[in-house]
Design a protein around this ligand. Structure first.
Ligand code: DHB
Ligand code: MG
Length: 615
């Protein structure tokens, strides 16, 4: 099927939008009237530009408040329509979208609506134009797709059909099944948008919070399957009204839109994809974290923190200033050769264990992710890596498996440290693996990032949270594999306006400990105070949970935070931030599934009170 997008979905001038849509590889475009009216391009220029970019003008829209008007207003509406037809002829557009009437002047009379739409279709047909009638979810009298279909059927004109819009259908929570009973040839157009579930007025929700399929909570793929069963063979066209996309760079949004459509076609299954397009390889779900790499300044204080946590430096890269620190299956690389390390630790790469690194890269590439060069240095083991939307490098690894050259081959074992590793492991070493990694996304890239992790890596999104911070509200969305072995928390950076400004980009690596009390004692014994938790927190915790006097005393004494869900309990504490990075130590007891989000406000307040130390 053809791939199309509405100009309203992107930022910039009409010319910029067309360029971005063409560059992203779309076949067609819906021209929004507003974009044309405010453009200095004549309709003929738009037509030529679109053709040069290989874009069909699939639709012109919207034409508002036409049907079911009192008879004395009809002449004025038809005059308006004739002007639209003239513009469309100059554009070379042959489909006009007519939204259901929202005006208080509209009459609740289906017969009248059908009669007037038939008249409009007759006039349109004289210009070779077809009219696609769309039920807006907030239409005055027509707000349901099946109601719109009854009117179109009654009007009975070959130039009159329906425009289906996934948002309007799914936002109303109606069963989409009856759509299958509409004959495919009467569905003139299909628009697709997703949205996060938000309990708000539907018009406001639609105009500000739509997003690309896969970025929200609506079952867009399910709806498309129903529509395809009718025999519909027109384009799949994205139509997204979103406050953030209106500001973001059009090229990037258009590429993200294309990624969404490719992933949607995959979910829907054939025949959704365009004829002849390659089927993307299936996602290769990662099975764990191989490492977290921090870019650090030359004398990194963070190595002291790692040592205090019980990590040991076990290796050094053969060609670069990169140290390997290990404890259990948790591995941290400290790279003092990366340019962004000068201002203190920054998390710049994540290693993910995958059953097939090359297939992981193919999947990412098919979903339009930038693939990183495979060989940076002729002596290095080949890399399978891509860039995540925030620039973090993702390496696909098979650590210490006989069937694959391991990245660890680039590290020479540090003899002295390796020896002390044994004794350190013998002494305690409660940390077993990386539990999760939290990345801060630029505020206008959260939707892109969640679609990336979902479609490329097959992670499952969890609910979005809003967490109060002393200087802003932190939005956060966790994503994880089904088995929980890879968990990521995506936080949105915000720009606070208070003196000095908050840090806008904290990142953290959460380490799983099998005995968090011992790890908390260990780090103190090594002279590192974890992030201080206020006494008020413990007073409040006692009011919320009755854990027995002894446990409450221990949590307070060790500065541990606590949470529980229906599956189990969660204990955690934080190290002081160096540069942009801090560590969290966590212990999951039972099958606890969350991330201790209830405690995030206390953590954020403590971090603001105790600013980051240089690396
Ligand atoms: O918000 C609107 O008015 C509007 C206009 C045209 C559409 O296709 C639509 O889905 C919504
Ligand atoms: Mg629409």
């Amino acid at each position: 099927m053809r791939r199309s997008i509405a100009t309203v979905s992107l930022s910039g001038s009409l010319a910029d939008k067309l360029t971005a849509i063409g560059a992203a590889g779309f076949d067609g475009v819906e021209i929004f009237e507003n974009d044309l009216v405010s453009s200095d391009m004549a309709p003929e220029d738009v037509r030529r530009r679109a053709a040069d970019l290989g874009l069909a003008i699939e639709l012109y829209q919207p034409f508002r408040d036409f049907e079911a008007v009192p008879p004395d207003r009809l002449a004025a509406s038809l005059r308006r329509a004739e002007h639209k037809f003239a513009v469309m002829e100059r554009l070379g557009a042959t489909r006009l979208l007519v939204c259901s009437n929202v005006s208080p002047a509209a009459v609740d009379d289906d017969e009248l609506a059908a009669e007037q739409l038939r008249l409009l279709a007759e006039r349109a047909a004289e210009h070779g134009i077809r009219v696609a009638y769309e039920a807006l979810a907030w239409g005055r009298h027509v707000n349901d797709v099946m109601h719109a279909w009854r009117i179109v059927r009654a009007a009975d004109h070959p130039a009159l059909g329906l425009c289906l819009d996934s948002f309007h259908i799914l936002a109303r929570d109606a069963d989409p099944y009856p759509v299958e009973t509409i004959p495919g040839e009467k569905i003139f157009f299909l628009q697709l948008a997703d949205a996060p579930s938000l309990p708000m007025d539907v018009l406001y929700w639609s105009r500000h919070y739509r997003c690309f399929p896969g970025q929200g909570d609506l079952d867009v793929a399910g709806l498309v399957r129903h529509v395809l069963r009718t025999g519909y063979a027109g384009p799949l066209s994205l139509e997204v009204f979103n406050d953030i996309f209106r500001q973001a760079a059009a090229m990037r949004t258009a590429r993200d839109a294309m990624r969404s459509l490719i992933a949607l076609e995959e979910r829907v299954g054939s025949p959704a994809a365009p004829a002849g397009s390659a089927v993307p390889p299936r996602p290769v779900v990662p099975s764990g974290f191989a490492f977290a790499e921090l870019a650090v300044p030359e004398k990194a204080e963070v190595s002291g923190v790692l040592g205090a946590l019980g990590f040991v430096r076990t290796g050094t890269h053969r060609g670069k200033p990169v140290e390997l620190w290990e404890q259990g299956e948790a591995r941290v690389l400290l790279n003092s050769g990366a340019p962004d390390g000068a201002d203190g630790p920054v998390l710049n790469a994540i290693g993910l264990e995958t059953p097939d690194p090359a297939a992981s890269v193919k999947r990412a590439e098919a979903l339009l992710s930038p693939v990183l060069p495979r060989l940076r240095d002729p002596d290095d083991a080949p890399l399978d890596a891509v860039a995540a939307p925030d620039g973090t490098e993702l390496f696909f690894c098979r650590t210490a498996r006989p069937d694959h050259l391991s990245w660890t081959a680039d590290f020479s074992k540090n003899r002295r440290d390796a020896a002390s590793a044994v004794s350190a492991a013998g002494a305690a070493g409660e940390i077993t693996h990386i539990d999760h990694i939290a990345l801060t996304q630029p505020w206008h890239h959260l939707d892109e990032a969640s679609l990336f992790y979902r479609s490329v890596l097959g992670l499952r999104p969890h609910e979005s949270l809003e967490l109060p911070d002393p200087y802003g509200l932190l939005r956060s969305r966790a994503m994880s594999t089904e088995d929980g072995r890879v968990r990521m928390a995506l936080n949105v950076a915000y720009v606070g306006a208070h003196d000095g400004g908050p840090d806008v980009g904290w990142q953290h690596v959460a380490l799983a400990s099998r005995d968090i009390a011992a790890t908390a004692r260990r780090i103190r014994a090594a002279g590192h105070e974890p992030l201080a938790v206020p006494g008020n927190y413990y007073d409040d915790l006692e009011s919320r949970h009755d854990l027995g006097a002894e446990r409450h005393r221990l949590l307070r004494e060790l500065g541990l935070l606590y949470d529980r869900d229906e599956h189990g309990e969660f204990l955690h504490f934080y190290t002081v931030t160096t540069g942009r990075v801090f560590f969290e130590v966590v212990q999951r007891v039972g099958g606890y599934r969350g991330y201790g989000a209830v405690n995030a406000p206390v953590r954020l307040a403590a971090q603001h009170a105790r600013p980051s130390r240089p690396g």
